[in-house]
Unconditional design. Structure first.
Length: 445
């Protein structure tokens, strides 16, 4: 692996791409520490300290602690994710957008332009909602401060979107995913500092940290194993005549990944759970006052890991809802990235077939059945790992004081490992294009 990294850095074009990504990370880290001017940050820190759990905690982790510091990148890349969800759903519902998507590169550019405009609108709404939440919690902001905060936060999210697009074009890997990855890794030192503080205060013992690390390593192994897992469908190639040359019949495999959707369902589920809180915070009613106040109070408890009192019982309803959303979005996004009708049509068009399966409708039904089953396994795995960070603390109360470590499992770890694998594969593809051996040495057997 180290040898492959040295070879990658020796290629001028690839070195330039990797350094560009690192430069964007540096810009993100710098912006995450630039505070929004004109507000009392000590008062906001006290407000955020009282609401550090739930969804605000997730937003803070994804923004690299920028929300805790109330910096210009406090909202992170969340508005773009919300806009992407809306656009993908609208593409299925609106025929004009569906036709635009089928136009190829020009259609995708048009949809990307609409998504950017929608991102700016969502960023403004979310920034205003967050500002109203702080004001209702005792920040006592005047109208000029509200406008200033909304403009700065909206500009910060827009800048992150632009940086992500630049990474996709000029760097290596998916820019938006790498921005989220950078945010999570940027918050890691603060999480480790909390753990060491707990040890020095003797609130926890070293054995607890060892157990935490064991769960951490085990989860990484499981995530890599499932992420790399594929179902190989045999494909037979018929004889073809190309000009004066006849190709021989051969066989290959159609790889279907267990987790074709990657980490996108996790991000979609979090964004959708954030959306009601964002809208309700726009209403100037304190939590608990009347029906809307009751909804606001419940919305603030919608973070995964929260417990709802149902009669004499406390049930993890938000966590179960979070897991259900992940399963639904896994199926949804898999259907977006894997068009079964198109796959079956392409096999038939080029004279390829699945042994024992008739081309056409029978092939479509077979592929749909296989993908549905393997997607179910991937969806259950994603949901299970995503809620594991909460289940572990419920089953092992002794580790509950280590909840600041967000990489024990779940959302953060899935994103970090998934993005790391995708980026490594992108670099490996660049190496293989230049006849270099990649990161993973393959056996000749």
């Amino acid at each position: 692996m180290l040898e492959a990294i040295v070879k990658a850095l020796a290629i001028p074009e690839l070195r330039k791409r990797i350094l560009f990504v690192l430069g964007v990370f540096a810009v993100f880290a710098l912006g995450a520490h630039i505070p929004v001017p004109g507000i009392d940050h000590d008062k906001l820190a006290a407000i955020l300290g009282g609401q550090s759990g739930g969804l605000l905690g997730l937003v803070d982790v994804f923004s690299g602690g920028a929300l805790r510091r109330m910096s210009i990148f406090a909202m992170g890349i969340g508005p773009y994710i919300n806009a992407s969800i809306i656009m993908q759903m609208m593409t299925f519902a609106i025929p004009q957008l569906e036709a635009m998507q089928k136009e190829g590169e020009s259609g995708r550019k048009k949809i990307a332009g609409i998504t950017r405009k929608l991102t700016i609108a969502f960023a403004g709404i979310q920034a205003f909602s967050m500002t109203i939440l702080f004001n209702n919690s005792g920040a006592h902001l005047n109208i000029f401060q509200v406008i200033q905060i909304v403009l700065v936060l909206t500009a910060g999210s827009t800048l992150l979107l632009w940086l992500g697009e630049q990474v996709t074009q000029k760097g290596v890997g998916n820019g938006v995913s790498l921005i989220i990855f950078a945010g999570i890794m940027l918050s890691l030192p603060f999480q480790m500092q909390n753990i060491f503080s707990q040890i020095r205060a003797k609130n926890i013992y070293p054995i607890h940290v060892v157990l935490l690390m064991a769960i951490f390593v085990g989860t990484i192994y499981a995530v890599v194993y499932i992420t790399q897992g594929t179902r190989r469908i045999p494909i037979a190639h018929a004889k073809r005549v190309i000009g004066m040359r006849q190709t021989q019949a051969s066989a290959s495999f159609l790889p279907i990944k267990v987790n074709s959707a990657g980490v996108i369902p996790i991000i979609f589920a979090i964004s959708l759970m954030l959306f009601p809180t964002t809208i309700l915070n726009l209403i100037p009613i304190r939590p608990g006052e009347g029906p809307i106040g009751w909804l606001k109070e419940r919305a603030q408890l919608m973070g995964p890991g929260s417990l709802w009192s149902v009669g004499p019982l406390e049930l993890p309803i938000p966590t179960l809802f979070y897991a259900l959303l992940i399963v639904v979005f896994t199926y949804f996004y898999t259907s977006v990235v894997m068009n079964v009708s198109e796959m079956a049509e392409n096999l038939k068009k080029y004279g390829n077939y699945i042994p024992g399966i008739r081309p056409g409708k029978a092939t479509h039904e077979y592929l749909d059945r296989v993908i549905s089953r393997i997607t179910f396994a991937g969806a259950i795995f994603l949901a299970g790992v995503a809620i594991m960070q909460y289940v572990v603390y419920w089953l092992l109360p002794a580790l509950s004081k280590l909840q600041s470590f967000q990489l024990i499992g779940g959302t953060s770890l899935l994103i970090v490992v998934g993005v790391a694998i995708e980026t490594m594969q992108a670099i490996e593809a660049q190496l293989l294009m230049r006849d270099y051996e990649g990161f993973i040495k393959k056996s000749n057997r």
